[in-house]
Design a protein around this ligand. Structure first.
Ligand SMILES: Cc1cc2nc3c(=O)[nH]c(=O)nc-3n(C[C@H](O)[C@H](O)[C@H](O)COP(=O)(O)OP(=O)(O)OC[C@H]3O[C@@H](n4cnc5c(N)ncnc54)[C@H](O)[C@@H]3O)c2cc1C
Length: 292
């Protein structure tokens, strides 16, 4: 199977087929898989993809598709050179766009942004005060829980409450193997904002629980402000990352400092202990790994 697009949806679905025994070839336009995700995390998933036999073409473009004898021939262009890959199936996971055409929005004067999303304010209101929009059609990130939250806000505003979008971080999970989950700023986003940061990193290889479930690949990375230790972001790649991230989402929402999580006793033996240790590591106080 050729996957056109090595983004979230392409890799989530592609890795399912890979687990079922399908040989996959990934074609990705950008210079890394899962564009926009911290490359530190992506490396771990890429290693698993390759170990299970995937061919990965980065900075590459699918330029032609021919069908013959029940098979597809996909022409891939990399650095100006073309090669043809034969496949039984082609999974197209690119070209996600807002489905805002044909709703008659022009007729009532609702404004769209340059990509076709419905433009809204922090109360989910469009430029026409009685019309609200939420979810994918109202802009990125395209996440189910973001759509839900926006639905709640819109309903509250319509009911006359002083509700508005004011969250500090939107958690995101990628259901590859291993999973990736993030909340808040990435290391490079924080640096781009001129912040001096400290990084704490705890590898699952040092977690007793991860060893017990034989899933020791990956790590928990926390990004804190160097000056006051306020939490800026957390990124996890490894077992149960999508569940582990909620604690950090709460910490971020409560404007927690690294000490708040580091000093919270976590039960043993759990993967969650790794979150505590990553925060301790950012403070130079890790117990189960070397501090720098
Ligand atoms: C393969 C895939 C995997 C995903 N996995 C995840 C995940 O693991 N976690 C996550 O958080 N997000 C995931 N997402 C994203 C998530 O599905 C979306 O962010 C979420 O569904 C957005 O909700 P929504 O209500 O805005 O839009 P939708 O869920 O798309 O709902 C819009 C509905 O409106 C209907 N509709 C469209 N036009 C009209 C019309 N003119 N009249 C009436 N009805 C209409 C559509 O048929 C649809 O049912 C995934 C998306 C895809 C495609």
């Amino acid at each position: 199977m050729v996957l056109i697009g090595g983004g979230v949806i392409g890799l989530e679905l592609g890795m399912v087929y890979q687990k079922l025994g399908t040989k996959i070839t990934v074609v990705e336009l950008m210079d890394q898989l899962l564009p926009g995700t911290d490359p530190d995390l992506v490396r771990v998933v890429q290693k698993h993809l390759k170990k299970d036999g995937a061919d990965i073409h980065l900075k590459s473009k699918a330029v032609k598709l021919e069908k013959s004898g029940g098979k597809a021939k996909v022409t891939i262009e990399t650095d100006g050179k073309e090669q043809v890959v034969e496949a039984e199936k082609v999974l197209v996971a690119v070209g996600f766009k807002p489905n805002s055409a044909g709703l008659g929005l022009e007729g009532v004067g609702v404004k769209l942004d340059e990509r076709g999303h419905i433009a809204i304010d922090d109360q989910m209101r469009t430029n026409v005060p009685s019309i609200f929009a939420i979810g994918d059609v109202a802009g990125m990130p395209y996440l189910a829980h973001k759509a839900s939250k926006e639905g709640e806000i819109a309903a509250e505003v319509i009911a006359g409450h002083k509700s508005a979008r004011d969250y500090r971080g939107m958690p995101a999970a990628i259901f590859t193997d291993p999973e990736i989950a993030t909340v808040g700023m990435t290391e490079s986003e924080a640096k781009a904002q001129g912040k001096k940061v400290k990084i704490g990193k705890f590898p699952f290889a040092a977690s007793g629980r991860a060893m017990a479930v034989s899933e020791t690949d990956g790590f928990i990375k926390v990004i804190i402000d160097e000056a006051d230790h306020q939490l800026l972001g957390v990124a996890i790649v490894g077992p149960e990352a999508s569940d582990l991230i909620s604690e950090s989402a709460l910490a971020l929402e409560m404007c927690a400092f690294a000490e708040d999580v580091a000093l919270t006793v976590h039960p043993h033996p759990t993967l969650g202990e790794g979150v505590m240790e990553a925060f301790k590591h950012a403070l130079g106080e890790a117990v189960h790994i070397m501090n720098r």
